[in-house]
Design a binder for this molecule. Sequence first.
Ligand code: ADE
Ligand code: ZN
Length: 342
Amino acid sequence: MKKQTQMENFIRNLPKVELHLHIEGTFEPELMFKIARRNGIKLSYQSVEELKTVYNFSDLQDFLDIYYAGANALQTEQDFYDLTMSYFEKIYRQNVIHTEIMFDPQTHTNRGIPFETIIKGIHRAQKDAEKKFGISSNLIMSFLRNLSAKSAFETLEQASDYKEWITAVGLDSSEIGHPPSKFKDVFKEARKQGYLLVAHAGEEGPPEYVWEALNILEVNRIDHGNRSLEDEKLIAELAARKMPLTVCPLSNVKLRNVEKIENHPIKKMLDYRLMATVNSDDPAYFGGYINENFLAIVRALNLTKEHVFQLVKNAVDASFMNKADKEATSNNLEKYFKQHND
Ligand code: ADE
Ligand code: ZN
């Protein structure tokens, strides 16, 4: 078999773990039209093809405007179920065995959708996917950082009846001008209540935001973290702490944080011994799910099977699985790698 095809098969068949995924970012245009139609909502575009023409983003905010507009079509518990289930169907075909899904409650509660409608739909799909596909998952509730800390506190309060369904809280949306320190108190309260913590930092924002996420929010993982590479001390700190970075290669190119995939810093991150992982972020908008992200970096950066294995192993180790599941997954992955590394 040709070397290229062999590598592609290796990536496709490898059991994988995804740690950075916005469920609203999996809303494929076809499903968006279907759900909008059944809810009697008129989208601003006439067709799937017309909608796709606007998926050419100049930066994060330009993308977010389109992403939030798309999410407006979601109204009922069944809509959130269908959205989540269709993501699980996709990743089942890509051999993802565990995923940690972010959802943005405020995107929906601020337009009158009850918190319970959102979470019950997502949770039911998680349960069904475990039964049907054997995929385990955790849920991460993300606060929109362009909104106030007070609004984040209200969201934390709304989640209180569903605490056992939510593993961690996160921080996403427009980064610049909204530093992690703005959410110091609500993250402290979330930690007190037993949630694990993640935050987007260093996607567009400066290294200082990554420092704040580490030292003020005391997060367990950094989402993205690319701009950490501008600060040598920060690189050393992230490496010393074995702090996971949930990196999203196709997202970085689509949102123009990296000029082209050949310039992507993920190989550099591994060279610095940073705990980088590969993720799809908003796959319906950025041109691919986890396999497409792996394929893109492997081709552009000439990565080896060892690199790919390290990236997946990092994701297992950085996941919020319980200790026994993590050990079993790690052992299975190692066994798989030994059998297929020829
Ligand atoms: N919400 C969805 N995708 C996001 C991203 N890449 N950065 C910040 N917030 C987001
Ligand atoms: Zn993200």
